[in-house]
Every structure is written in C-alpha cells, then in structure tokens.
Design a protein around this ligand. Structure first.
Ligand code: 1CP
Length: 360
C-alpha cells in the first residue's frame, strides 16, 4: 500500500489485494512478494546476527516486526506472516532444525508406519500460541493492510519429513508413495489435519488471506498428483471454505498441474514458466491468478526488469490479478530495486483498466 505522508499506512475500505482475490478490478494492481521478509534486507540480516530464523519466528514481537517491515519499507499491498512451513511440525513430534544455507533438516526422517503413527495432532491454540500472537500483533500493526497466513501443503511437508532435508529427486518420497499407498494416505491425512487447523487458527487470529505452499508438487507427474495428492488438497480446501477468506494455492514448475491444482482454492499462484494468459485459459473462468515474474529478473538491469514486468502485467490484466514473483526473492536482490518495482507496478496502467490506471 502507498505509504501516506508521515510514514503511516493509509487505510482503504477494501484493500486492493482482497478486491483482486474476489475477482474484481482494484484501483491499482496489488503487489507483494514471496520471501519479502528475508536476507536481502539489511535490517533482517542484522536481526539474524542475533537470533536464529526459528527464534525470530517464535518471538511474537520480533516475528511481527519482520512481518510488517516490507509493508513499511517497500509499500507492498500485503504482509505475509514471518514463519516457516516447518513450524507446525515441531508440535506434531518432528524434531528438526533450519540449517544455514540448507533449509529444514529433520533429525529422524519418517519412512515407516511406526513413525507415521507416532505423529501427534496439533492444536494451534495450545501448541503454537506464539504464532497466533504474532498474527494478532502483525494484524494490529498493519492497520488494515491484509496479512497473509500460510502453511506448507501436505505433499511439500511430507517431502521434507520423508527425505529429511531439501531434495532434488524426491526418491524416498516417491518410493513411499508408490510402495505403500495406505501409509502415504495416512501421512497425508495427518498432515492435512495439522495444516487445516493451523490455517484456520491463523484466519481466526486475524489473517485475511491464506496461502498454501505446495512448492515442490511440480516434481510429480500429473497422474501421481491427481491420484495421490489432489484428493487431500480438495478436502483441505473444502475444510477451509467456511472460514470465508480467500485461499491461494502455489507451486513451482507445475504448469502440467494447473487444471488439477485449480480445483479447490480461490486463486492460483504460478511461476514464470508459462505466460499467465495461457494459465487463464486452463483455470475456471474468473479464477484470480497471482505471479509470475522470475525472481532472477530482479537482478537484471532495470530496463530488462521493466520489460519483463510489463509482460507480466499485460498477461495478468487488471481483473483478478495479483502481481508477485514466481518464487521467493533471492538474497542477493537489491532492496532499492524491489522498492522501485513496487512503485512501478502501482504506477503502471494495467491493460483493460477502465479508469486508465494511475498513469496521467
Ligand atoms: O534466516 C534465513 O534466511 C533462513 C531462510 C528462511 C526464511 C527467511 C527459511 C528456511 N524460512 C524462512 C521464512 C519463510 N519460509 C517464510 C516467511 C518469509 C516471507 O515469505 O516473507 C515463508 C512464507 C516460508 C515458507 C517456506 N519454507 C517454503 C514455501 C515457500 C518456498 O520458498 O517455496 C518452503 C519450501 C520452506 C522450507 C524452507 N525453509 C527455509 C528454507 C531455506 C527453505 C527451502 C529449502 C529448500 O530449498 O528445500
């Protein structure tokens, strides 16, 4: 959102992100970025010199500060809660750490029936009060700018639990999925319950949008996604529907899954591999889309970045569209470039906007 004079955040009756996610035409194209809180920010690096990522996430005042900073510093139209998809796995009984330069590493990977049976149910109010307090504090500090709550999708979480760490081939995950479908379903059902409860609790605590990160779903064939993942996702979305908040579903490298992934969520967030105009033809009519600038474009010379952003805007259109990246901001990104891009998106006249956009 545009910072008002004096640094306060201006309020509007319906935030443009929510207008776009309702399929409408907002006054400006809403923009936020995945990983908008992170290492590319000097202030974040300064905090990380004193606290681990998980310490930041589990200290409500710090998590809220990191969450809100991009709205203040960049002028983006939404904040995303500072947390990690692995956070609810702790109370589920999974010992893990976030290793520097690696990501989540699980102490004892889950590969048999005993390990699945040992997983615990998660009651967010009891087990994750610090996350819910961070949601409450962030919502209060945002003064009407939407807060996006999130969770990992069951498949992406399962991939970390089974592989034990970030993976490229997902050998153990596929081995379990194919060799023991019953055990696979039991694990997916358990994770779906945890994720569903965690998302609902964030909405009740103040999040006005939810995003489900199925980051690594693109590793699966369409047939496997359809048979082994989609039924769990449909149940999850059905369970979230009564909350009345828009739910965005996101994956990387998942062009082959668009039709299947579009069954259930309010909106789809896609990466840069397929133009948004093509994606639109493959999802239900009017379904809002989010994306899809290549995060590497933020490292390119400004004229090239602008031409790529123009293409994204032209494909996305003015109705039911949220400008974002196709994946998270890279740590080597210059914060000034990010700020300039936000301004550029807000100033650009999106094609089809009846009022001619913001451009004089
Ligand atoms: O301090 C650090 O720099 C550690 C890096 C880091 C950060 C900043 C990790 C470890 N997690 C986070 C925060 C985080 N994670 C956020 C909030 C920040 C924001 O978006 O502004 C969010 C939404 C996530 C979600 C997340 N964690 C995803 C889904 C999004 C995506 O990138 O696809 C995934 C896959 C994870 C796992 C994870 N946690 C951390 C890393 C480095 C990774 C990825 C590891 C891998 O490549 O598999």
């Amino acid at each position: 959102m545009d910072p008002a004079p004096g640094g306060a955040v201006s309020r509007r009756p319906t935030p443009r992100l929510l207008t776009a996610l309702a399929g409408g035409v907002p006054d400006r194209t809403p923009v936020w970025f995945m990983r908008q809180a992170g290492r590319y920010q000097p202030a974040y690096r300064a905090l990380r010199a004193r606290y681990s990522m998980l310490e930041l996430a589990s200290t409500p005042a710090l998590a809220a500060e990191v969450t809100v900073a991009p709205v203040r510093d960049l002028g983006v139209d939404a904040a995303i809660l500072f947390s990690d998809i692995m956070v609810p796995m702790g109370p589920a009984g999974v010992a893990f750490e976030i290793q520097e330069g690696v990501g989540p590493v699980v102490a004892r990977p889950i590969r048999d029936a005993a390990a699945v049976a040992a997983l615990r149910e998660v009651d967010p109010a009891r087990d994750l009060p610090e996350v819910l307090e961070a949601v409450e504090r962030s919502t209060a500090a945002l003064g009407g700018v939407p807060l996006i709550g999130f969770a990992g999708a069951p498949f992406t979480l399962a991939s970390y639990l089974i592989e034990g760490r970030p993976s490229r081939q997902y050998v153990e995950t596929k081995r379990l999925m194919w060799s023991d479908p019953g055990l696979w379903d039991a694990l997916m059902e358990h994770l779906s319950r945890v994720v569903g409860a965690h998302l609902a609790a964030q909405a009740h605590a103040g999040a006005s949008v939810l995003q489900v990160f199925d980051s690594w779903a693109g590793a699966l064939s369409r047939a496997d996604y359809q048979a082994r993942v989609a039924p769990h996702m449909r149940r999850l979305f059905a369970q979230l529907a009564p909350l009345g908040v828009p739910v965005i579903s996101f994956a990387v490298g998942a062009s082959h899954l668009v039709e299947v992934m579009a069954d259930g969520p309010t909106a789809l967030s896609v990466d840069w591999r397929e133009p948004l105009g093509h994606v639109r033809q493959r999802v239900p009519r009017g379904m809002p889309l989010q994306g899809n600038l290549d995060p590497v474009a933020l490292l390119a010379p400004w004229p090239h970045l602008v031409s790529q952003a123009e293409a994204v805007l032209a494909e996305g259109g003015s109705q039911g569209f949220v400008f974002n990246l196709g994946h998270g901001i890279l740590p080597s990104t210059d914060p000034d470039t990010v700020r300039r891009l936000v301004q550029w998106v807000h100033d650009a006249a999106a094609p089809g906007r009846t009022d001619g956009g913001a451009r004089p």
